[in-house]
Write a protein that binds this ligand. Structure first.
Ligand code: CU
Length: 278
């Protein structure tokens, strides 16, 4: 990604303005791609916070390695070109250097592996869930079922007239703040993938298989994601919109949703008596 210093300055200014707006707006967060965005979307879950700090650590390590290799290349080009060094040395072995260039990269990899595995375990070792939402990827929309809250299910389709463009949907997935949400996902037709960057989740929705992940949203607000597995012609038009709300608001939404979706023809979950049907 190449940017002129002017663009960089504008980007930094934009970030500052966004930061100030977020601070002024309290805890509500609207996480979506921003113009001139360079970094990851802001974190709204413990896993994503750790993904961002791991990413930043790797960025430092890889920058130092790249600068070191660049420095070596410059030294070789300047000091050992045919003009300045007409008679090359015939050296073929140097034990000390060979041991160093084997051991140091190993140590760097071990240093990276420790936080990497810690993060992997945090993602895969699902804590005791407060709420389960079953997400089914379909061509080309998502269905959300709430087996713990009255077993209703509803479809969530792209709403062409809604903002943000290509991310707004008619029926959002709604979850309570600061609760462990277990996401179970499957595909009804082909492979889709359920991904919400701010929660640090991305998991394949595979027909005939139930995949599981989790998130704990730490800030109320709107969060957007997209299907992340090429699934057909409208792959780009099946966004994921998650509204994170306070507990009471969630309870009120559940009551309304039970009535609203009771007669939903897509509500195969309740119709099958709670047995997951596709
Ligand atoms: Cu898809």
């Amino acid at each position: 990604m190449k940017m002129s210093s002017g663009q960089m300055g504008r980007r930094l200014l934009g970030l500052t303005v966004v930061g100030m707006a977020l601070a002024a707006g309290g805890m509500a967060l609207a996480a979506q791609p921003q113009p001139w965005e360079m970094t990851l979307q802001p974190a709204a879950s413990p896993v994503m916070e750790n993904i961002i700090s791991f990413h930043n650590l790797l960025l430092v390590i890889i920058t130092l390695i790249t600068l070191f290799v660049l420095a070596l290349l410059v030294i070789v080009v300047v000091k050992f070109n045919a003009k300045t060094n007409p008679v090359p040395s015939k050296t073929t072995h140097n034990t000390l250097i060979e041991v160093a260039w084997t051991l140091i990269p190993v140590l760097i990899l071990v240093a990276i592996a420790v936080p990497s595995f810690r993060l992997l375990f945090q993602q895969l070792d699902i804590p005791k869930a407060d709420l389960t939402v079953k997400v089914t990827g379909k061509q080309w929309y998502w269905s959300y079922a709430y087996p713990d809250n009255g077993k209703f299910e509803f479809d969530s389709l792209l709403a062409a007239d809604k903002q943000p463009r290509l991310l707004g949907v008619d029926n959002e997935m709604v979850v309570p703040v600061n609760k462990v949400i277990r996401v179970q996902t499957t595909g009804a037709d082909v492979i889709h993938a359920f991904a919400v960057p701010s929660f640090g989740i991305k998991i394949d929705s595979i027909p005939g298989r139930l995949n599981e992940t989790w998130f704990k949203a730490t800030k109320v607000g709107m969060y957007y994601g997209q299907c992340s597995e090429l699934c057909g012609k409208d792959h780009a038009f099946m966004p994921i919109a998650v509204r994170v709300v306070e507990d009471q608001e969630f309870a009120a939404w559940v009551e309304a949703a039970k009535k609203k979706y009771a007669t939903n023809p897509a509500n195969t979950f309740a119709a099958a008596g709670g047995q997951a049907a596709q």
